[in-house]
Every structure is written in structure tokens, then in C-alpha cells.
Design a protein around this ligand. Structure first.
Ligand SMILES: [Zn+2]
Length: 311
């Protein structure tokens, strides 16, 4: 992620220029100094630069050692990065923490661990794409447990996470913790963030908004084929992936970052497409220990997503 986003800067300069011009003409008519228009323009540029300033302040802070420990333990890719790439990962995490709004239902303490669980997930997904950003305008809202279609808490409810195009990202705290506990291909944070990238351009159609337009046709064909495999029980992706192309993409993203070797082995075309999209290969070097195989896990997510992971 960049500290200074060219789009922010261009927008604020264009806005400041237009407002300044109109103000200068009006001030001139009333016999006032047009220099006030210049001051107003500068003020607008300053407003536009707020996000960059906030990011700059965030990355100047030392990355706390307990945070580093958390990332080291929970994000295998981070452990394999060299020093400068690790620093970039940490900076991206700090940027997300600075940009992102976190809220929770009453009774939940928004701990560093919870915030890191989301920020490190975003840093992981964006690591190969320094020019990308997490889509804006989505508050992260923590729930104490699973919820239903009306966002009501319910022990037998089926949702661990949900995101709407113009709304918050709702995450169940136990599911967030379970998602990072093991590299087993279940990660509600990566799943819901993947949906965010899907929403940005054309809606939740399973086509990531940042995908190269020349790759979209091949991607759609690939998704159709992968959904067919899931339905036939010939996929390492859990059955939930066959719900629609958007879920296929989100479930694939979980597998890609958590169990890349397995995904590559069973679905090389899907794996290659995700390597191209995220511009990184999350597999450990050959000969090194692969992530552990999935085992039955008494997870809340298992209730929502009928697992077909051992297929
Ligand atoms: Zn989903």
C-alpha cells in the first residue's frame, strides 16, 4: 500500500483548482482579494492529504513486538519474507489499522489481536500488489458469535461473517480467532475481504475488481469449471464454493493463502490464476514443511460451510 495515493492527490488538486477558480471570480466581483481563494484551495489540498498524513504517522511508529509475534505465529508467508519485505508487510498492517474503522457490539473488547487479525489478513492479500488498497468505506464490525440473515445473534444461526457492498464487514469473534488458529483453508477474514475486492467494480459476480480485463473471460470459464467440480465432489474446495461465482472466489482465496500446495496440486489452473491476480506464490519452498492437513475441527464455520475438505 502506498502512503501517498496518486488518485487522492489528483482529486484534491482538481477540486481545489475548481473551487479556487470560482472563489477567485466571486471575490473579484465583490472587490475582495483573490488571494483568499488561493488559501481556500490550499486548505482543500490539505484536507485531501489527510489520509496520506494519517498513514505516514502510522508507519513512523515502531511495530510492537507482541504484534510481530502474532503475525509470525499466524501468517506463514510472513515468516518466509526477507527483512525488507517483512517491514513492508508490517507497514501495510499499520496502514490498514490507521485507515480502518473498527466497531463491536456491546460487551466485546476490540483487542489488538482482533484488529491485527483483520489488518494482517489485508496485508497478506495485498503483499504482491503494493499499488492496491483495501476498498474503502467498510467498517469492521465484530459480533460475539454467529448471526442470522437479520444480523440477530443466535446460537443456531449460520453466519460467521458477512459483507455488503455499501455496508460493514461483520465478523464473528470466535470465527475470526478460529480462522487464524490453523492453516486449514478456513479463514473468515480472508473470505470476507475477498468479497470486498469482488464488490468494487461490477458487484458480487465472482470477478475480482482488480483483475486484468483481458483475463476476465478465461477466469469466468475457469470458475464455471471449478464450480462443476465442487458440485461433483471432485474439488478440495468445500461445497459452499458452488453457491455462486462470488463464493467460489472467496473460498478459493482462503485455500490459496492457507493451503497453497494442496490447491496447486489439485487445481493448478485456479492456483495459477490466483498467483497472477495477487502477484505472489504463497507456497513454501520445495522440500519445506507443507501446512498441516485439515482435520475435523469443532469450528463454528463448519456449521455454516459444509466442509468437503477431505475430498
Ligand atoms: Zn461468502
Amino acid at each position: 500500500m502506498r502512503l501517498l495515493r496518486p488518485s487522492d492527490l489528483t482529486f484534491s488538486f482538481v477540486l481545489a483548482g475548481l473551487v479556487g477558480l470560482v472563489a477567485a471570480v466571486l471575490l473579484g466581483r465583490f472587490g475582495l482579494s483573490p488571494w483568499w481563494a488561493f488559501v481556500g484551495g490550499l486548505f482543500l489540498v490539505g484536507l485531501g492529504a489527510r489520509r496520506s498524513l494519517r498513514r505516514w504517522r502510522a508507519v513512523r511508529r515502531t511495530f510492537p513486538e507482541p504484534w510481530r509475534d502474532w503475525v509470525r505465529v499466524h501468517v506463514p508467508l510472513y515468516r518466509r519474507l526477507d527483512a525488507s519485505a517483512r517491514r513492508r508487510f508490517e507497514r501495510d498492517t499499520q496502514i490498514v489499522l490507521a485507515d480502518q474503522r473498527f466497531e463491536a457490539l456491546e460487551g466485546i473488547e476490540i483487542t489488538d489481536e482482533l484488529r491485527l487479525s483483520v489488518a494482517a489478513g489485508a496485508a497478506l492479500m495485498l503483499h504482491g500488489r503494493p499499488d492496491w488498497d483495501l476498498p474503502r468505506g467498510h467498517t469492521i464490525l465484530f459480533y460475539p458469535g454467529t448471526f442470522d440473515d437479520d444480523y440477530d445473534l443466535d446460537e443456531v444461526a449460520t453466519y460467521d461473517g458477512m459483507v455488503h457492498p455499501q455496508g460493514p464487514v461483520v465478523l464473528s469473534v470466535p470465527a475470526v480467532k478460529a480462522g487464524w488458529a490453523r492453516a486449514d483453508g478456513y479463514n473468515v477474514v480472508l473470505h470476507e475481504l475477498a468479497h470486498l475486492f469482488d464488490f468494487e467494480a461490477t458487484g458480487a459476480d465472482g470477478i475480482p475488481s482488480l483483475m486484468d480485463s483481458s483475463s476476465i473471460k478465461a477466469w469466468q470459464t475457469l470458475v464455471r469449471e471449478e464450480m462443476r467440480k465442487v458440485k461433483l465432489g471432485r474439488s478440495v474446495l468445500r461445497r459452499y464454493a458452488s453457491t455462486n461465482p462470488a463464493e467460489l472466489f472467496a473460498v478459493s482465496v482462503e485455500q490459496f493463502f492457507e493451503r497453497p500446495v494442496r490447491l496447486q496440486r489439485h487445481h493448478p489452473d485456479l492456483f495459477d490464476a490466483l498467483v497472477a491476480l495477487f502477484n505472489l506464490d504463497p507456497r513454501p519452498p520445495e522440500g519445506e514443511e507443507d501446512e498441516p492437513m485439515a482435520e475435523d475441527r469443532p469450528s463454528l464455520m463448519a456449521r455454516r460451510w459444509s466442509a468437503s475438505d477431505d475430498a
